[in-house]
Each structure stands twice: as structure tokens, then as C-alpha cells.
Write a protein that binds this ligand. Sequence first.
Ligand code: CTP
Length: 440
Amino acid sequence: GQVFDSEKDIFISRERIKPKFMNYEKKLQKYLPEHIFHHLKEIGKISKKLGFSTYLVGGIVRDIVLGKKNLDIDLIVEGDAIKLAKEYAKEKGYPFHTFDEFMTAQITLDTGEKIDLATARKETYTHPGAYPKVEKATIKEDLYRRDFTINTLAIELTEGKFGILIDFFNGLKDIKDKMIRILHQLSFIEDPIRILRALRFAGRLGFRLGKPTEKLLKLAVDENMLDVAPTGRINLELNYSLNEEKVIDILMLMNRYRVLHSLIPEFYMDEKREEILNRLRDTIMSFEMFFDIKIDRVSNYLLALTYHLPFDISYKLLEKYHFSKSVKFFEEYYEVKDILREIPEKDSDLYKKIKFIRKDILVYICASSEIELSERIIKILKKEEEKQLLISGKDLKELGIPPSPLYKKIIDDVFKKYLDDEIRSKKEAFEYVKQRYIQP
Ligand code: CTP
């Protein structure tokens, strides 16, 4: 068919490209913490001694090329990763785990970071989306089974060759050209999760999809490949995407390539949803900064993506993709949603309505309400944060009021007046308390 003809050039000629070798030792030194750099050097020495070749691979190499921080230390060993890991961990006295059936091992450094080692392997998939079966292979074969060319770069660590960047599939050029490209035609079919990953990387890095890659991604979406992907892996991947800084770009790509339509019944993007998504992003950031808390981003974005659905349908969707934490969030949101159908004029009355709603959910309410209401809520929450500074039990004691349950009443009364701008400062708070609660 047409797709395959246009693919031929790209994939076949790419396979024929001679690997390029460049020395990245200086870059490793620059982008890795000193102690990690030394661990890698020492692992390279042991590797040589055992007759293995060992490489740093995956996202960390891509990020070093991009000049970004990344501390996921993934190593591929041509030879036996478990043997190498045991040798190094025992020499250093570090704890380690081995996973024999996957031919992988993990060492925990004294400083807490983990190093993952895997024996170079080929994978065969029994059916689309399944966890693969593994057998030993060369580094090139190991890299060939990966998702995108930008993730196929490796840096050799073996003593004598330490620091050599290996680029079998033109990953370096694709990073320079800002391109996401798969390595072979069946990539999205073998592993439909890559549909989501392609758009996540494209959004995160501001990259485009290569032409054939784009075509094959669309084809895989049209063929409903996401329906056969394990729901647990979809959950993981969506979690990553919704926690990315460029989440809106990623979601807009997922809309453009009809991935959201594939995951969510009757999904549509319109101006309103786009506005809520953008406001969510800003509101989450300001809440996290101002209140020094972590907002549940995933639940917030999921709600923005599904608000067109009746609750029972959203509920089934959350169950299907294992967003169990979000179920509670949705329930709580639907419970309080109606509370704000009528908006009181006074801020102190508005406060009464919102004070029991947790901030995660208030974020959504702010992002989806009229700007005016949203600003009022934020102003109220900021004032609530300052409540203690206005007047405290200690202050009341110093004013000569004997400790009693009256304290709470006074503090709440002052706060109410503060919310309604009848009291504007600590000084005014004191004056009000003296006048109202202390008889001359
Ligand atoms: N990989 C793949 N197909 C997948 C998932 C992962 O081929 N469905 C490969 C990629 O080549 C990736 C490597 O496994 O580089 C490690 O996966 P992961 O840690 O998820 O990816 P990173 O590239 O490190 O992504 P991130 O920067 O988000 O951590």
C-alpha cells in the first residue's frame, strides 16, 4: 500500500546508516553529578575485566544531548547485566536486586540513586500491547526495539572506549531537527502505548512527528490500537503526561491526533474546554506557589476532559483506566458543584460556602468559573492564610481578655470583618476588639 511505499526510503535507508562515533566524556562530566560519573567509570572498568561491553542508554542520553538534567541511570550490557551488577554491588557493599527472567538488575548507591542494568536483548511481542518475551542480543538490536530514534542514543562506558556516543539510527540528527520518528513500521502496532509517548515527547520538547511516523500513528489510532493496550500502562502514561509541564501542548496534540476521542466517549474540544484547560494550568501553578501545596493535577485535568459526560459514565472511565484516587475527587466535586449555583454578595458568606472544600477541588472551581468569582475565591483563600497574623489568642490575652471559648468567637468575628474589608489591618483588628469586646 501507499504507506509502505513512502516508508521504504526512511526506514530501510536509516537501517543502512553507518554508526557515527563521537566522544561525550566531557559532556558526561558536565551533566552528571561527580559521584555518578565515577560510578560509571568504575562500572566500565569491571565490564572490561569481565569481557562485556556496557552502555548508558535511553532518556538520559537524549537529555544530555539536549542539555537537560535527568538522573535515570539505565545501562545496557552486552554480556550479562546480572553478573556485572553483582560484581560491582558486592565490591562496594551496595544493596542490589536481580530479576532473572528479565535479565536485569538494580543497584542502590550509598547516596540513594539507583542504577538499572539490563542485558542487551531482543523482544518479541505475542500480541499488540502485551509485555514482551526477551532473548539476548547485541546493543544495536537492543536499541532497534526502542520507541523513537531520539531514544536510541548510547554512550559506551567500557574501559578504553569510555564516553563514545553511538548513534545507529540517526538519533542525533533527529534531536537537532526536532523530530520524533519511530524505527520501524510496526512500532505503534506492537506497542500502542507509543502513540501516547510520541505525543508526550512532541509536546514536552516542542518536536514534530516525522511524516511517516505521523501517518502510522494516525493509522494506529484509526485502528483503535489504544483499545487493546493494557489499561494499567495507559494509566501510567496518562499520569506522566498530565504531570508534564507542557501538559496543555500534549493534550492539544492528543486532541489533534484523535487520541482523546479514542480514550474518552464523545470527546470534543471547543473554546470552553480549551479555556478551562489553560486556566487550570495557571491556577494549579499559583495555588501550588502561594499555598505551598501539591495539587492533584491528574484529577483536575481528567475532570476538564470529561465534564461533558454524566457522572456514571465518567465513573466507569476512571475505573477502566484505574484512576481510583480521582473517583473520590470527582465525587467530592459533584457534591460541591451545586453549592455555588447561587453566589453570595458578601465575601464572608462566600467563605462559609467554600471553607470546607479542599484546595484541589477549589482549583477546578476557580478555573471553570467566571473570572470574577475565581478572583474572589483566591482573595478569600489568601486572607484565610493570613488569619493567624490578624489577631491571635496570645494577642487577646495581652489585651487582658481571660482565655475562654470566647476567643474563637472573637477571632472568627474579626476574620469575617476582614473578609468583608471592614477591617483592613492588624491595627484595625485590635481597635475593633477593644471597642467591641472590652468594656471601658
Ligand atoms: N521505551 C520504548 N517503548 C515504550 C517505553 C519505553 O521503547 N513503550 C524505551 C525508550 O527508548 C526509553 C526507554 O525505554 O528511552 C526508557 O523508558 P522511560 O524511562 O519510560 O523513558 P524516558 O525516555 O526515560 O522518558 P522520561 O524522560 O519521560 O523519563
